[in-house]
Write a protein that binds this ligand. Structure first.
Ligand SMILES: [Zn+2]
Length: 298
């Protein structure tokens, strides 16, 4: 009688020890992932696309063992990065784009809203806390939720990569996503980046002083400089250009290239993780996709 009881007790005790070690290991792993990995970025950019109760956020980089050609195997959630056929960014070859006369001008009705400047490790983003207005594309309203920068540019024009690219991420009521991309060449300073330059310095200081990713309140942020006309734009079906590379993202890339100063590009890079200073994914195959052009002159 005593021997089986002792055996049973020891087995339960052993299982408890194993469970405890496994749990604390996982906690350590998740803490080290979220707090102390300066070389790996943590996915915070599109949390509304990651299912609730999903496992660890995907940590990725733009070089090395977690670089773009490994993204598809970093997590079961990021498979599309390698097997998806509608991936972004792409090279926009002007001779191959097709004018679509059914496309309408993009209407942007942005207004001032409370925002924070976030260092996500793999990019710097302005996140809106309240309603920042909408972009109307294909007759549908998409709310502006966030914007972030890449440098050099992710999309190429006729094979040429530009200095930087801004992505304005919009979300429809049905959860659909459209991104407005704006390309920059080096030149005079950009007025939007100018408004956050002091905060970018603060962000860089905090990034070098601590291991956590900093957030700085911007107060009310006005996006009116972004409301310029959209005389000409490219449109195609793509994906997010960061893991999990989710598809069914409609891209609108403005044909008008704006300018940004070298100092501003450096300021946008300063807070980023070492492996993410050049945070642009290589261009992806078109796989038969056609890039459409809206041209107000035609
Ligand atoms: Zn982006």
């Amino acid at each position: 009688m005593a021997a089986p009881a002792v055996f049973f007790f020891l087995t339960v005790a052993l299982l408890l020890v194993i469970a405890y070690v496994a749990a604390s290991d996982r906690m350590t792993l998740s803490l080290s992932l979220s707090l102390s990995s300066p070389y790996f970025a943590i996915l915070t950019l599109h949390p509304y696309l990651v299912p609730k109760n999903s496992p660890e956020p995907i940590s990725f980089s733009y070089s090395g063992a977690k670089g773009p050609n490994k993204w598809g195997s970093l997590s079961p959630l990021s498979k599309e990065c390698s097997v998806g056929k509608l991936q972004s960014p792409i090279d926009i070859v002007k001779d191959k784009v097709v004018v679509n006369k059914n496309l309408k001008p993009l209407i942007r009705k942005y207004h001032p809203a409370t925002a924070t400047l976030d260092d996500n490790g793999f990019n710097v983003a302005v996140s809106y806390k309240g309603s920042a207005g909408v972009m109307i594309a294909d007759g549908k309203n998409y709310s502006l939720v966030q914007m972030h920068w890449h440098s050099p540019s992710e999309h190429r024009i006729n094979g040429v990569r530009l200095a930087a690219e801004l992505h304005l991420v919009h979300k429809g009521d049905d959860g659909s996503i459209t991104v407005l991309g704006i390309l920059y060449h080096y030149g005079h300073a950009d007025p939007v980046v100018h408004k956050i330059q002091k905060s970018l310095k603060k962000l860089a200081k905090e990034a070098s002083a601590s291991l956590t990713h900093a957030h700085i309140a911007l107060g009310t942020f006005d996006t009116k400089q972004m409301r310029r006309s959209t005389h000409k734009y490219y449109r195609y079906d793509g994906s997010f250009s960061t893991p999990p590379c989710t598809q069914n993202v409609i891209w609108h890339i403005l044909a008008k290239v704006r300018s940004i100063s070298r100092g501003q590009v450096e300021a946008l890079k300063a807070p980023l993780n070492l492996g993410c200073k050049n945070n642009s994914r290589p261009v992806q195959p078109l796989n038969g996709r056609v890039v459409e052009l809206y041209d107000g002159d035609q």
